[in-house]
Design a binder for this molecule. Structure first.
Ligand SMILES: Cc1cc2nc3c(=O)[nH]c(=O)nc-3n(C[C@H](O)[C@H](O)[C@H](O)COP(=O)(O)OP(=O)(O)OC[C@H]3O[C@@H](n4cnc5c(N)ncnc54)[C@H](O)[C@@H]3O)c2cc1C
Ligand code: FES
Length: 364
C-alpha cells in the first residue's frame, strides 16, 4: 500500500494527509485547503513555497520554475512535489473573498458534443456524472489515456460555460501538432459517447464578482474559453455589475469562433458589454462588407488605439504566454496596476522544457 504522510500548511496550521504518489497541492485542494496555484504542472512558479521541515521529491518541476539553488534553499512547487516524510510547508496564502473554495473531486464525463468551430479548434461538451461547483474562469484536468506504450497523462482545459450549468461543461480546445492530449487524443480519436475522467476545479483565474470596475478581457485563440464562462456568468446570471469589454484576438476569421454568440450578447446588453474581435493577419479590404465589425492589427494595438487610459479598470488576460505578456505590457502602459491584472497562461509541456515562468509582477 502507498505510504501516507502528514502535511502541515503554515501559516494556516492546517494538516492534511498526502500519499507518497500524490502531489502536496492535490492533497491540499482535495481537503479544501486553498494554496495559490495556476498551471498545476510545475511550469509557472505561482505555487512556490518553503519547506520548513521534512523531505519531498520535486517530481516534474521545471528547472526554470524551481532552480537548483532554490531546491537547495528549501523551496518546493507543491503542484509537483510529493512527500517522502511528514512535511511542513509555508505558503504565501492570500485568501481572496470572491473565490469560493470548491474542494477538488474526481468526476466521470461523457462526450456529448465534439464540433469543429474554427481552424484546428473544437468545442467539446461533456456531461458529468454529478454536479460540480466552480468559479467562472477555473479549469479541469482531463486524464489522457495511456496509448502506444506511453503512460496516461493529465491535461488542463478551461471551462467555457458558467457555474450555473454544473453538469454540462463546455471546453474549447486548439490542436497542438505532436501534443499528447490534443493531436493524440481529442483530435486523434475521441468521439461522441466516450467516457472521460476529469478532476477539478483548479485555478485562480476567476471573475472577481465583488468588483464593479470596467473589466477588459483579452483572449487569444482558445484563451477565449474562461472569458466566455466569466462573461456569461456576469451577464446572463447577473453576477457582475460593471462593464465588460471583450477583445478576441485571432490571425484571421477562420481562427475566430463564437462571433455571432458574442455579437448577440452585445445586442442584448448594450450598456454593459462591448465585443471587439481583432484580426492580426487580415485587412479591412480582405474582409469586405463586414469590415467595420473587426479591429485590425495585434489585439494589443487595437486596445492601445481604443483607450487613452485604462486607469480604474481591471484586466483579465488569457491565452498563449507571449500574447498574455504583450497584453500585460499594453495594459500597464495604459496605467493599469499589476494588482488589477489577472492572467492565465496556456503553458504546455514544451514550455516546461524551455522556460515559461510568469512575470513576478503578477501574483494573481
Ligand atoms: C491553466 C491552463 C488552462 C488551459 N486551458 C486551455 C484551453 O481551455 N484550451 C486549450 O486549447 N488549451 C488550454 N491549455 C493548454 C493545454 O493544457 C495543453 O497544454 C494544450 O492543449 C496542449 O496539450 P497537448 O497534450 O496536446 O500537448 P503537449 O503534449 O503538452 O505538447 C505541447 C507541445 O510541446 C511539445 N513537447 C512535449 N513535450 C516536450 C518536451 N519534453 N520538450 C520539448 N517539447 C515538448 C510537443 O511536441 C508539442 O508541440 C491550458 C493550459 C493551462 C496551463
Ligand atoms: S502551479 Fe505550481 S508551478 Fe504552476
Amino acid at each position: 500500500m502507498t505510504q501516507t504522510h502528514t502535511i502541515t500548511v503554515e501559516p494556516l496550521g492546517r494538516e492534511v494527509e498526502c500519499r507518497e504518489d500524490q502531489t502536496i497541492l492535490d492533497a491540499c485542494l482535495r481537503s479544501g485547503v486553498w494554496l495559490p496555484h495556476s498551471c498545476t504542472h510545475g511550469t509557472c512558479a505561482t505555487c512556490k513555497a518553503d519547506v520548513l521541515d521534512g523531505d519531498v521529491d520535486h517530481g516534474a518541476a521545471s528547472t526554470f520554475a524551481l532552480m537548483d539553488y532554490e531546491r537547495d534553499e528549501g523551496k518546493l512547487l507543491p503542484c509537483t512535489a510529493c512527500p517522502r516524510s511528514d512535511v511542513t510547508i509555508e505558503a504565501d496564502i492570500d485568501v481572496d473573498e470572491s473565490i469560493e473554495v470548491f474542494p477538488v473531486q474526481d468526476y466521470t464525463g461523457t462526450v456529448i458534443e465534439l464540433t469543429e468551430i474554427a481552424r484546428d479548434t473544437v468545442r467539446l461538451v461533456i456531461g458529468l456524472d454529478r454536479e460540480i461547483g466552480f468559479n467562472a474562469g477555473q479549469y479541469l484536468k482531463f486524464q489522457v489515456p495511456a496509448r502506444d506504450g506511453l503512460p496516461a497523462v493529465d491535461r488542463t482545459w478551461s471551462i467555457a460555460s458558467p457555474p450555473t450549468e454544473p453538469r454540462e461543461l463546455e471546453f474549447h480546445i486548439r490542436n497542438v501538432p505532436g501534443g499528447r492530449g490534443t493531436d493524440g487524443w481529442v483530435f486523434g480519436g475521441l468521439t461522441l459517447g466516450d467516457t472521460v475522467s476529469v478532476s477539478g476545479p483548479y485555478g485562480r483565474f476567476v471573475l472577481k464578482t465583488d468588483d464593479d470596475r470596467h473589466a477588459i478581457l483579452v483572449g487569444g485563440g482558445t484563451g477565449l474559453a474562461p472569458l466566455k464562462s466569466m462573461i456569461r456568468h456576469a451577464l446572463e446570471d447577473g453576477a457582475y455589475d460593471g462593464r465588460l469589454t471583450l477583445y478576441q484576438g485571432a490571425r484571421s476569421r477562420e481562427w475566430l469562433y463564437d462571433v455571432e454568440f458574442f455579437r448577440s450578447l452585445a445586442g442584448e446588453f448594450p450598456d454593459q458589454f462591448t465585443y471587439r474581435p481583432c484580426l492580426s493577419e487580415e485587412t479591412a479590404g480582405e474582409v469586405g462588407s463586414d469590415a467595420s465589425a473587426y479591429g485590425y492589427g495585434m489585439v494589443t494595438d487595437v486596445i492601445a488605439t481604443d483607450h487613452a487610459t485604462l486607469n480604474g479598470c481591471a484586466g483579465y488576460l488569457c491565452g498563449p504566454p507571449p500574447m498574455v505578456d504583450a497584453a500585460l505590457k499594453t495594459l500597464m502602459g495604459k496605467r493599469l496596476f499589476p494588482r488589477d491584472i489577472h492572467r492565465e497562461d496556456f503553458f504546455n509541456e514544451g514550455d516546461k522544457a524551455t522556460g515559461g515562468v510568469r512575470s513576478p509582477l503578477i501574483k494573481r
